[in-house]
Design a protein around this ligand. Sequence first.
Ligand code: ARG
Ligand code: GLU
Length: 715
Amino acid sequence: MKFLRLLLILFVAPLFAQQGGMWVPSLLKGMNEAEMKNLGMKITAEDIYSVNKSSLKDAVPHFDGGCTAEVISPKGLILTNHHCGYDNIQSHSTVEHDYLTNGFWAYKMEEELPNKDLFVTFIVRIEDVTSKVTEGVASLATEAEKQKKIQENIATLNKTLPKESWQENQIKTFFDGNQYLLFVTETFRDVRLVGAPPSSIGKFGSDTDNWVWPRHTGDFSLFRIYADKNNRPAEYSKDNVPYTPKHFFPISLKGIQENDFTMVMGYPGRTQEYLPSFAVEQIVNELNPAKIEVRDAALKVQDGFMRKDNAIKIQYASKYASVANYWKKWIGETKGLKKSDALSIKQKFEKDLQTKIEKAGKQAEYGNILNEFKTNYANIREYALARDYFTEVVQRNTEILSFGFRLYQLEQVYNSKGEQAFNDRKNNAITTFEGLYKDFNANVDEKVFEQLINIYATKSPKQFLPSTLQNINATQLASDIFKNSKLTSYNGLKELLNGDAKSVIEKLNQDKGYALVKSISDVYIKNVFPRFEEMNLKNIALQRTYMKAILELSPKSARIFPDANSTLRITYGKVKGYKPADAVTYTPITYLDGVIEKYIPGDYEFDLPKKLVDLYNTKDYGRYADKNGKMPVAFIATNHTTGGNSGSPALDANGNLIGLNFDRVWEGTMSDIYYSPEICRNIMVDARYILFIVDKFAGAKNLVEEMKLILPSKK
Ligand code: ARG
Ligand code: GLU
């Protein structure tokens, strides 16, 4: 027993310690490269990022500014998630060609579908420009002046730093303003839809299975990048040709096992790994619970209607999914932060840091940061809470209030910029509203309003409640507003917006719905927002100094990585199961058998195409089956990922593609704030399942033929 524990400490602990973190691909040499090799990687840092030769980074573009994709053929074929390609698949869908329901496959290049506004961005090179960006900043007195100067420097540098005419410069901050890196990029705007499975495969399990392991979703879609004759970015043209990439990923069919090395490259959006304990405490105990309560109420109402009425289900499905996504994430995050005792871990870290500050004689510079954080987070508390309630109730989840708030902003435009600006905004708004009202049902929203306005009136900080929300009867208020306000229909809205600025504003102010939104928003804009911003700016400045102290005073071996900021990162780890609860163990790989186990014919989340069931029954898996004869579907590993990593390539020790990232496990969603290698896992579709669907299910052999497959060695 003692021996075992010793082994655990000596062996497992250091290996676990080498996981977590999202690293900048141009800065891997040294610690990261050594760790990666130690975990099993067979290639070098130079193979991943190089300015002198093609490297893995050349095959990983940012997809549409929010997701990640990877190039998988010499002809510019790219792979990303189904949920990342969703809007484009939807925009080509009609009643006759319902690609969302039935899938879409181009069997020839001529059949590929162009997408207005879709773009992918590659990184050409990364350079440190910290000293240039911070020139002339230190001598400035206030934080606001400093921020302004930095923004000016960045704008100038973006214009003046060398690049080719078809490239862009983008400077981003790292470590909360302690480092600035330049990304020279190339953006391609002719990106065509090549393939998508039916939603019953690509979205199998839908919201019930979202953030959940074990998972059985084939969350992928295929696109192709087109370039001009010189292989450079170009707007859509039928004369464009398939892009020849500097690198594309071979796809390995060799299979994976627990403890195999994996890495994931992609564009994680936002993390907050270095928040002080005071901030984490607020998220766990106040902000997350408040946001969860609001969304919980809204989702329950919508779900009730959607289950009874198919038309409402179609109208609300996409909205519901997007509200439910972060609702579910926050619940998992809150639980995970509690269970992993993240708060005590942060507090201990802060105590240690304080000791180091004193030992290093740096009290003058850093000695007071934690105290200031403490005061500042105590002061901002009510404002942060009021802000979250306002965002969630007014701007996000009660549609009539969010419509009203758009109109409130319109009135502000009139007050600040005059009639012309007002008219421009108004005409845009009328178009936007047409889309919004198409998926609006007043009966649903009245019930949502009743629930959410009641939460706002009883739970948000009292001092910021307008008189219109004091001692209300929510049911009565809802019925009054929905009976009398013109905001309940698109026609009513157009009536309100008809006429010149003065008469529109007069009509708006006489409308009961608008008047209510205005009373809430006035208090928010006057009493909450400016104070919040002021204190938040202080926290931003403090956070920069805090981060500087951490960077300066931590030992060389400390694994300090910059928070995610939508730039290219690499994360690495091992294929691994986990224990979500006492006596429960999850293994790391799922199979098609599990898809069939979840199959509910006719259900909107768990239905399956007949052809997939047939392929399962005949075990017609071709060369894509695992050595045990089963069809692998998804797997998990200790890679540290977040939103934005959707569609990221999962690579093996040789840099070959083995999967496609699309989610995290629910118990580990706190990794945005605190990563624990014991419970944080990313979820990937197995590349073999993707190929099986493309080849055996869709019969798109043309696509498989342009890929480079690495086959298992014959026994
Ligand atoms: N949870 C995944 C990611 O944030 C997938 C979201 C899309 N799927 C869904 N069922 N809503 O963001
Ligand atoms: N589904 C997420 C995305 O769209 C990735 C999952 C995560 O947050 O880790 O980026």
